[in-house]
Design a protein around this ligand. Structure first.
Ligand code: SF4
Length: 74
């Protein structure tokens, strides 16, 4: 497993609830009322997977960039 995780947000799916930015403010911010990852690659951090798990429309995808394995949501 790679040392870092890849963070992606599907802005078409995002409904701008802000839950991710509230759960992981170091990793997500709302830009034009849609979530945007602040860093596409991050060191493993439970706040990132928590944010992906709490998104009501599953717009956040956390993957291992070396294997493509989905880490959250599961
Ligand atoms: S939790 Fe999901 S729907 Fe809400 S702002 Fe974040 S990505 Fe968008």
């Amino acid at each position: 497993m790679s040392g870092q995780w890849q963070v992606a947000v599907d802005r078409d799916r995002c409904i701008g609830s802000g839950l991710c930015a509230g759960t992981a403010p170091a990793h997500f911010a709302l830009v034009d009322k849609k979530s945007t990852p602040l860093h596409p690659l991050v060191d493993p951090d439970e706040a990132v997977t928590d944010a992906a798990d709490c998104c009501p429309v599953e717009a956040i995808l956390i993957t291992d960039p070396t294997t493509g394995t989905t880490l959250a949501p599961l």
